[in-house]
Design a protein around this ligand. Structure first.
Ligand code: FMN
Length: 292
């Protein structure tokens, strides 16, 4: 995978942040050493915009072909068709009520969720909701439930399944274009493994499923270079909010999770940690009565 071109503005920004903040360091001892050594201004710079248009510096503008829109699926991988949107029975809660009643749920019953419920949650977060026809030179453009800068869709969705009716425990990946799951690997110990990777967070082991969103940054970097990383973080937020609202409207519970050991989660979903890495997790399941 080709790194995007480092533009003049990147170098100026890097030099400026180093000069301004050479003595200022991130102070949280719990962060990994390499982040701990980064100047705070450099960490904050990821959140900020730029006084200029990054696009002329992009690989796209330099004529580099776009990276593949999706990851390949091994030819022998088991695929599971999900319930299509026209067959969802997702409740009839209106958006206002879903927004007003959404809460982070941290206590789940041991009961499984149905494949239909999981299908609804995946569609609501990353499902294809519209298609713009292609032509001889352009692939059709598939638009999804959550917005994505430039339609680059840098996120992949992995699902650690503990209790979904009819589905073996293990790690799966969502295929938005065909609305399918593909089995990454069976693992009857996935809940325990993930709970450990989430520093023992108790409700992780009780969730029926944990959605793990990874980023493939170059999909966005190809077009937006050094402004991509804030966009990708924003997009993960859009997706997770859709999950919260969909879960709430379907009578399920969800809780976002940022507290996880990066390389352990990357290892569980089988990604390299460089060109693709986990950026956000969320537990889903049936809320357990009485506890919050
Ligand atoms: C980016 C992000 C990361 C979060 N990480 C965790 C987490 O690791 N563990 C947890 O229990 N809750 C986590 N939460 C949930 C928040 O604690 C929760 O949204 C907040 O307490 C407000 O409660 P509410 O969602 O019920 O309104 C996270 C929320 C966000 C937006």
């Amino acid at each position: 995978m080709r790194p995007f071109n480092l533009g003049r503005k990147t170098l100026i920004l890097a030099a400026a942040t180093l000069l301004l903040t050479s003595c200022e360091r991130a102070k949280d001892d719990s962060t990994p050493p390499e982040l701990n050594k980064m100047p705070v201004a450099q960490l904050r710079a990821m959140l900020k915009g730029f006084d200029g248009d990054c696009r002329p510096d992009s690989d796209k503008e330099h004529g580099v072909p776009p990276p593949p829109a999706g990851k390949p699926v091994p030819s022998d991988a088991q695929r599971i068709s999900l319930v299509p949107p026209e067959k969802f029975h997702a409740g009839d809660m209106d958006v206002q009520k879903a927004i007003a009643s959404r809460r982070s749920v941290r206590a789940f019953s041991q009961d499984p969720i149905t494949l239909g419920e999981l299908s609804f949650l995946l569609w609501a977060t990353q499902g294809v909701t519209a298609e713009i026809a292609g032509d001889e030179t352009h692939e059709p453009m598939r638009l999804r439930a959550a917005p994505s800068a430039g339609g680059r869709y840098p996120l992949e969705t992995y699902i650690a399944i503990r209790a979904v009716e009819g589905i073996d425990q293990g790690i799966y990946r969502y295929l938005p274009n065909t609305h399918q799951l593909h089995l990454v690997r069976r693992d009857s110990d996935i809940s325990a493994g993930l709970q450990k990777a989430c520093y023992g967070t108790p409700f992780v082991a009780d969730a029926a499923a944990v959605l793990i969103w990874s980023a493939i940054p170059y999909r966005t970097e190809w077009k937006y270079t050094y402004t991509s990383h804030r966009m990708i973080a924003m997009e993960a937020g859009h997706v997770c909010q859709n999950l919260y609202l969909a879960a709430t409207s379907a009578g399920l519970g969800a809780c976002a999770l940022c507290s996880y050991h990066q390389s352990s989660v990357d290892g569980l979903i089988g990604v390299d940690g460089q060109n693709e890495f986990a950026i956000y997790l969320a537990c889903v399941g049936r809320p357990s009565e009485g506890k919050k």
